[in-house]
Design a binder for this molecule. Structure first.
Ligand code: SF4
Length: 460
């Protein structure tokens, strides 16, 4: 057991996050102490005292700790002392302060200890965003509507998604339409104008055609939407939920961006991770969707799925490129608490980091050579190798919603179970989270209270 006594830092959360990159949870303890006590500490074996100088700056303490951890374990970390979900936000702020990519590079290297590879990735993304994405306008908002149901549950799923059953879906839709209608009224009163609308999940296309019609009509009738101007995305994650009628209806209603997510094109893996469709069905879904004139087709793929080799991943990427996706999001598998994979294999996420690193390097080189640009990035807990997810797009086809949610400079209205709204206060450059409940049964029970809360947070 390693013990790290941290002087003068009361909240050890960021310290623990960094230690976790190097050492398993059950093998370390981080203990906050005060200078008066540390004089009397008798350190033995695997016990270490950090921050003897008593610095109150977290990055100073983290760098000292990082150097110690690399010495103890012989490992290093691509993301240095950055452990958060939004590395781009930090890098972009440094760029805004310095107006220089050279100075940004030096700061990311020396202060945050980032590898050259990650600095170059962040630089590419910032350059894309500067060139193609404007700042969000005052009074614009993004809207997220959650449909927390899927045909089956994936082994690695840690979202509050449930298997779709007709009676659950119907009750959920009724309550969701009420929430949409109430929020639409508040948005009109506040003169909020929608920049992007994202229906995600779960798998929204698990809804019947009739339910999709009612949902889109409620959105259009309740909210002030200039359908030709906004970005309108629907996740159609699983190919076994897609039909011509649904695609036609959604396109006619102004959906411009659709996401069909193979995750892998290897049938054995699809079975292993709990999906009930084949790679052939994915191909058919792509051929179908191409007929309806969606401006953007996104494909999510995952590096590090159980038993997948480098060649399997390369094959998936090749196939997805051939199918015609113009947005490709490359995820690193995250094995979070609550997933079956984590239950069955608690240390899965610590393995395979070398091969996953190779997969990510390959995907970046290959996609850039195919004319894609990395345009957004985020990290999750328990990702293999503590790596990242990167969204790539052909120029001009990026998802504004994905960018806004990461930069945290716009109000996001979250509707439905599992949705997390965020209110942005520009004067203070601060975000306040407004989470809805995540479980659909609890959502149905507490719908009145959830609607009332909307008034409290978004009312005039
Ligand atoms: S498709 Fe996504 S939300 Fe649905 S079960 Fe799989 S990981 Fe979970």
């Amino acid at each position: 057991m390693y013990r790290f006594y941290i002087n003068k830092i009361q909240n050890c959360y960021h310290i623990e996050e960094l230690i976790r990159v190097f050492i398993k949870d059950e093998n370390f303890e981080a203990i906050s102490i005060d200078a008066d006590i540390f004089k009397y500490l008798y350190l033995r074996g695997n016990s270490f005292l950090i921050n003897t100088s008593g610095s109150s700056e977290m990055d100073v303490v983290q760098r000292e700790l990082y150097n110690l951890l690399t010495e103890i374990t012989g490992k290093s970390a691509e993301w240095g002392i950055m452990t958060g979900v939004r590395p781009l936000k930090i890098a972009f702020n440094v760029y805004k302060e310095t107006s220089s990519f050279n100075l940004m590079r030096n700061i990311l290297k020396e202060k945050y200890l980032l590898s050259d590879k990650k600095i170059s990735l962040l630089t590419q993304i910032i350059k894309y965003q500067i060139k193609y994405i404007n700042k969000s306008k005052k009074n614009t908002v993004s809207v997220y509507i959650g449909i927390p149901f899927c045909p089956t549950l994936c082994e690695y799923c840690s979202f509050a998604s449930s298997v779709a059953e007709d009676n659950y879906l119907e009750q959920y839709i009724k309550n969701l339409l009420n929430e949409i209608s109430y929020m639409g009224q508040l948005m009109r009163e506040n003169r909020a104008s929608i920049e992007s609308l994202y229906i995600g999940g779960g798998t929204p296309t698990v809804l019947s055609l009739n339910q999709i019609k009612r949902l889109l009509e409620a959105v259009k009738n309740s909210m002030e939407i200039d359908i030709d101007k906004i970005e309108f995305t629907v996740e159609a994650g699983r190919p076994d939920t897609i039909t011509s009628e649904k695609l036609q209806y959604m396109r006619d209603y102004g959906v411009s961006r659709i996401s069909i997510n193979p995750q892998t094109m290897k049938d054995d893996t699809l079975k292993k991770i709990g999906r009930k469709h084949t790679s052939d069905e994915i191909k058919k879904a792509y051929n179908l969707v191409l007929q309806y004139g969606y401006k953007v087709i996104n494909a999510d793929i995952i590096a590090g799925l159980p038993d997948e080799s480098f060649e399997d991943f390369v094959n998936t990427l090749n196939e997805v490129l051939t199918l015609g996706a113009n947005n490709i999001t490359v995820h690193t598998l995250s094995v979070k608490k609550g997933s079956k994979l984590k239950e069955n294999n608690p240390d899965f996420f610590r393995r395979n980091s070398e091969i996953v690193n190779k997969m990510l390097d390959y995907s970046r080189n290959r996609l850039v050579s195919e004319g894609f640009y990395p345009y957004y990035i985020y990290r999750q807990k328990h990702q293999i190798g503590f790596l990242e997810n990167v969204g790539y797009c052909k120029p001009g086809t990026h998802s504004l919603y994905n960018v806004r949610i990461m930069e945290e400079m716009q109000t996001i209205i979250g509707l439905g179970a599992g949705a997390v709204g965020k209110i942005y206060y520009p004067d203070e450059d601060r975000i306040e989270r407004v989470p809805n409940v995540s479980n659909h049964i609890v959502y149905n029970k507490r719908i009145d209270e959830i609607i009332q809360r909307k008034n409290k947070y978004y009312g005039g």
